[in-house]
Design a protein around this ligand. Structure first.
Ligand code: SP5
Ligand code: ZN
Length: 353
């Protein structure tokens, strides 16, 4: 078994400097240091490090609204231009008003004149802010995921994209939940397109990947499965991730959610991952993308799931034993010591250790 790792210092570029939650600026846990922790995991496992290649926007445009991509590229500079860092003193792009479809959806779409209002066009929460180097980090994460995807498409056994910011909450024309562009979905779509074979996604992040689900909901060429804290128990992303979301049209049956109760530990989590992997195999997927979040770990501040490091080791073993060429794209995981130990536990079986 062998696994390559894609990483560069651009994994540190995006610095949200906290997040705005219920109107309060809180510390936030999707911090730049996470990029260094991922590099530490790669070095400890002795994995070969590959620098990400630059890709043009085509693979992104195949998944996301180009208007949103252009917005993400320019939003911070436009925000500074509009003067908000001086008055009222906000140096991050933060939304205040949202285009609720019930209120405005019956009218033709119009982009607002105000840059403050623009901040609420594509973003669905107040937590997911943009700063001076954010777009460099956002693009890094996509390039690294595509580089990992190409390593596997070109015959590599497996590849780990050590990326932040994460991606699975971002969909066709919206972003949020600390995610901007959907790195794993862009990689999976690219792999499906260039190989013409079916791709399975197993999303083990503690939260439901609402963006990934939406992107592939009516398709059969990419099968989405997710194991996560039950949104019905009051957890992000709140509006989806329920078991009865099974796909639509020809995609019916190609989407499967495993919402878990608060306090669920290794046995329940590993069983759900096994069932997800079984579905991916049953559906005839020939390639696997793992949305590798470890925020289901026992000490993580962002979820009440209680998976142990040895539980993550079992998850890694059963995903590696599925035997498919696999791309692992990092998502969440916010308790730094556990981020290191749990990520390492998932990757080790792919490296043969
Ligand atoms: C990729 C990923 O794991 N995103 C998760 C984003 C969840 N954000 C929800 C925001 C909730 C803010 N938590 C405040 C905790 C205060 N005790
Ligand atoms: Zn998460």
């Amino acid at each position: 078994m062998s696994i390559a790792a894609v990483w560069s210092e651009d994994s540190l570029a995006h610095d949200p400097k906290g997040e705005v939650w219920i109107g309060v600026l809180i510390e936030g846990d999707e911090i730049a240091e996470r990029g260094n922790v991922m590099k530490g995991v790669i070095d400890d496992l002795g994995l070969e490090v590959v620098e990400p290649d630059n890709h043009d926007d085509a693979a992104i445009a195949a998944v996301h609204d180009p208007g949103m991509v252009e917005y993400l590229r320019t939003a911070y500079d436009e925000w500074v231009e509009a003067g908000y860092p001086d008055a009222p003193g906000q140096d991050r792009v933060v939304a205040y008003a949202f285009r609720n479809p019930g209120a405005f959806g019956y009218l033709p779409d119009r982009l607002p004149r105000s840059r403050a209002a623009m901040a609420g066009v594509y973003c669905f929460d107040t937590c997911t802010v943009l700063g001076p180097n954010s777009y460099r980090g956002i693009r890094y994460a996509v390039d690294a995921a595509l580089t990992a995807a190409n390593l596997v498409v070109d015959g590599g056994q497996s590849a780990y994209a050590a990326v932040r910011p994460p991606g699975h909450h971002a969909g066709t024309d919206y972003f949020g939940g600390s995610c901007y562009l959907n790195n794993a979905a862009i990689a999976a779509n690219h792999m499906s397109t260039v190989t013409g074979t079916r791709v399975g996604i197993v999303d083990i992040d503690a939260h439901h990947g609402n963006g990934t689900q939406q992107i592939f909901y009516d398709r059969t060429d990419v099968v989405y499965t997710s194991i996560h804290i039950d949104p019905g128990e009051g957890w992000f992303p709140h509006w989806c991730g329920f078991a009865d979301e099974r796909g639509s049209g020809i995609g019916e049956g190609s989407n499967r959610n495993f919402p878990l109760r608060p306090g669920s530990g290794d046995e329940i989590f590993v069983d759900a991952v096994a069932a997800a992997a079984d579905l991916v195999i049953e559906k005839g997927c020939e390639l696997l993308v793992v949305s590798l979040g470890v925020d289901s770990g026992a000490t993580d501040p962002n979820s009440p799931l209680l998976v142990s490091t040895s539980g993550f080791g079992r998850v890694g073993t059963l995903l590696a034993e599925a035997g498919l060429p696999t791309v692992l794209v990092h998502e969440g995981g916010y308790s730094l010591p556990d981020l290191a130990a749990d990520t390492s536990a998932v990757l080790a079986p792919f490296s043969g250790s």
